[in-house]
Ligand binder design. Structure first.
Ligand code: DOR
Length: 445
């Protein structure tokens, strides 16, 4: 099967050019294929931009065990619609993905259910370092250095030292200091005001934990990715002369601030918490300066009923997290249209950089020999985000009612069309992402 995409503005690694792209057997076979005028399908993409499929390196898809919130099928439908062609999923499911056997079970489930490509982290516990040391077929190890949804906290120093010392896979972590969060929670015991969430999970908690994790990475000479940076104060900590550290920002921390609690309440309760507008500006600056390399969603769906429970600093209240995988690309394309960044930067942050951080083979770029994970975007298309049109199982979004300009309109996964003009092709299945950790990560490539 040959598909020729013509007349698009194509975002290539170093330029955007009006070239045609030939796709054959799931791969990008030729670029500027002027000689190729025949194909099984010719796509006239006049007026559109062709970009590599988005790689979302932090999602929580809830299967196995929490499938009333989301499952791999519904989440991957949302990915197809949102222009996300590969996702890397977190281990706080039930059972947790903290053994090689559980990792392989998830991979088998995904093969039968996922419309897009997939990979799964293996989660750290205080006692599973042997499993972590032997795992492969994974982007890396996830540590909850601060507690969040699920029961996966690892914050004892000895356990952290062992994980960094005795494993070789890249590590990423949720960085919020548990001691600080507990002390702050005690001060706000009994509160039902969700704005207190940002006083409990405050700046200090984020900065202390990020510093601690980076120190571990440096002492053990271990590659480390800081998930969902939320404060301007963490950004200077990411300056990396030893080529070990990379970092991620999420659309919600870039686009919402504590001022949004008044309007959106617990819908914008997440961990790490929202911070101030100055922090949003600091994160944008971090992206511009290359100190933060990746934008990913931390897609963390809960049902609307769960989110509408009153806020409580203890467990049992409204849970933290929000769905975003379906809208993240459109949100960033809208920022391009607002003049806040360029399309090339969005492609770097959402496609190329995550592929390099996690050593994903043949993904993240439009280049000959790479996988034909491709998205056509219409930078002129304007549409309103609506709860009722969400594919994600929880069917709500904090961006409900927001009008965005710039949308994905067609998605291919390994050369197979999976989404076009509102229609999802549910019969398409993605493939297991391959990781070649010998490449050495973002700074080596
Ligand atoms: O708000 C969050 N929710 N942050 C996380 O790190 C986990 C996530 C979840 O799984 O619900």
């Amino acid at each position: 099967m040959k598909t020729l995409i013509r007349h698009a503005q194509v975002v290539l690694p170093h330029e955007t050019a009006s070239v045609s792209v030939l796709v054959e057997n799931g791969k990008i076979a030729a670029i500027d294929a002027a000689a190729h005028t025949t194909a099984d399908e010719i796509v006239d993409a006049r007026g559109l931009h062709l970009i590599p499929g988005v790689i979302d390196d932090q999602v929580h898809f809830r299967e196995p065990g929490l499938t009333h919130k989301e499952d791999l099928y519904t989440a991957s439908r949302a990915c197809a619609k949102g222009g996300v062609t590969t996702f890397l999923e977190m281990p706080n499911t039930n059972p947790t993905t903290t053994s090689v056997a559980a990792l392989h079970d998830k991979l088998a489930l995904a093969a039968s259910k996922c419309l897009v490509n997939y990979g799964f982290y293996i989660g750290a516990t205080t006692t599973n370092v042997a499993e972590l040391a032997h795992a492969h077929r994974t982007p890396g190890i996830k540590i909850f250095i601060g507690s969040s949804t699920g029961n996966m906290l690892v914050d004892e120093q000895a356990a952290l030292e062992a994980i960094f010392a005795e494993t070789t896979l890249p590590i990423c972590a949720h960085c919020e200091d548990e001691t600080t969060v507990r002390e702050n929670s005690a001060k706000f015991a009994g509160t039902t005001n969700v704005a207190d969430h940002s006083k409990i999970r405050d700046h200090r908690a984020a900065v202390i934990a990020t510093k601690r994790a980076i120190d571990l990475a440096h002492r053990h000479n271990h590659r480390f990715h800081v998930l969902h940076v939320s404060t301007a104060d963490e950004v200077p900590l990411l300056a990396d002369h030893r080529k070990l550290i990379t970092a991620e920002a999420c659309p919600h921390h870039l686009l919402f601030s504590i001022d949004d609690y008044a309007r959106l309440g617990t819908l914008v309760q997440m961990n790490p918490s929202l911070k101030t507008k100055d922090d949003c500006r600091g994160l944008w600056q971090g992206l511009q300066d290359g100190l933060i390399q990746v934008i990913a969603t931390d897609h963390a769906p809960h049902t609307l009923e769960e989110k509408q429970k009153p806020y409580s600093p203890d467990h049992g209240g409204s849970p933290s997290g929000l769905p975003a995988v379906e809208n993240s690309l459109a949100l960033m394309l809208n920022e391009v249209n607002q003049g806040r960044c360029t399309l090339q930067q969005v492609v770097h942050w959402m496609c190329d950089a995550p592929a390099r951080v996690w050593d994903i083979v043949d993904k993240g770029r439009i280049a000959v020999g790479y996988d034909a994970d491709l998205v056509l975007v219409d930078l002129q298309k304007t549409a309103e985000v609506r709860n009722e049109t969400q594919e994600t199982k929880s069917r709500w979004t904090p961006w409900h009612g927001v009008t965005l300009t710039g949308w994905p309109v067609r998605t291919w996964v390994m050369g197979q069309e999976v989404f076009r003009d509102g229609q999802i092709h549910a019969n398409i299945r993605g493939s297991e992402a391959r990781f070649d950790h010998a490449r050495g990560g973002y700074w080596s490539t």
